[in-house]
Design a binder for this molecule. Structure first.
Ligand SMILES: O=C(O)C(=O)[C@H](O)CO
Ligand code: MG
Length: 248
């Protein structure tokens, strides 16, 4: 299994631009971070190249949520520019939270319409789009609430480059039954993220049965990346033993 380092969450002992070398030195071959937009893409591409890292995932910019009527298209265009400049194979298209005064049905319809447009814009680019359901506690009002809903939206778009970012932390907080969901969602899953509830720290620090979950992922034949999106309990490097212990 291939784990990548989320540089928003890992190696925060260091300034952002130094986290690339730290991730590579710790043995990671890929990185993800949600928000590259405060940085020059050429500088980030240089950091990736020098550290020998692959850019795995970025998000659409904050505020450019797919459930909103305004701002989505400009934000998505910027995300595509960065994805192509960084060689990011995945863009997480943020669904966003239900806007005030807008019904759930209306927000879901906008989400699908915006995604259909984004799927058309990115078709043939080599960049794949992913949708992430987030739990009610960390992301109140998130329009995508369950893994099944995210998969149903991806399926309705009928575009083979749109799939699901299955965040096992969010899924455990609101849903559980992870092994079954790993098996059921396999055709839609383009990316995983890991953290252990309730603390959102390293796998093995909380309530998830990681040996069973990683076993199911391995047996499924999944070949993509698994993003480490957790808050280390101590120094990042001191907390990486779980990879060998639980997933090795
Ligand atoms: O909150 C999460 O789990 C995410 O993956 C978001 O994309 C973070 O930006
Ligand atoms: Mg996540």
């Amino acid at each position: 299994m291939r784990f990548d380092a989320n540089l928003k969450w890992l190696f925060t002992e260091l300034p952002f631009e130094s986290r690339f070398d730290a991730a590579a030195a710790a043995g990671f071959e890929g990185v993800e971070y949600p928000n590259p937009y405060d940085h020059d893409p050429a500088v980030l591409a240089g950091r990736l190249r020098e550290a020998g890292l692959e850019q795995v995932l970025i998000n659409t910019p904050p505020g450019a949520d797919a459930c909103r009527a305004d701002g989505f298209r400009e934000g998505f265009a910027q995300a595509m520019e960065y994805a192509l400049a960084l060689g990011s194979g995945l863009v997480h298209v943020r669904a966003g939270a239900l806007p005030e005064g807008v019904s759930r049905e209306r927000a879901e319809a906008r989400l699908v319409a915006n995604l259909a447009w984004a799927a058309g814009q990115s078709r043939g680019s080599g960049v794949r789009l992913v949708l992430e359901a987030q739990n009610h506690r960390d992301s109140p009002g998130c329009v995508l609430r369950t893994q099944a809903q995210a998969a149903a939206v991806a399926e309705a778009l009928d575009a083979d480059h749109v799939g699901v970012l299955f965040d096992l932390y969010h899924a455990q907080v609101d849903e559980g039954d992870l092994v079954t969901k790993v098996r059921e969602l396999l055709p839609y899953t383009f990316h995983y993220q890991v953290a252990d509830p309730p603390g959102r720290h390293e796998p093995g620090t909380g309530e998830i049965g990681w040996r069973a979950v990683f076993g199911a992922i391995r047996e499924s034949g999944y070949r993509g990346w698994i993003g480490c999106e957790y808050e280390p309990q101590g120094r990042t490097i001191d907390g990486l033993g779980w990879i060998e212990e639980l997933a090795g």
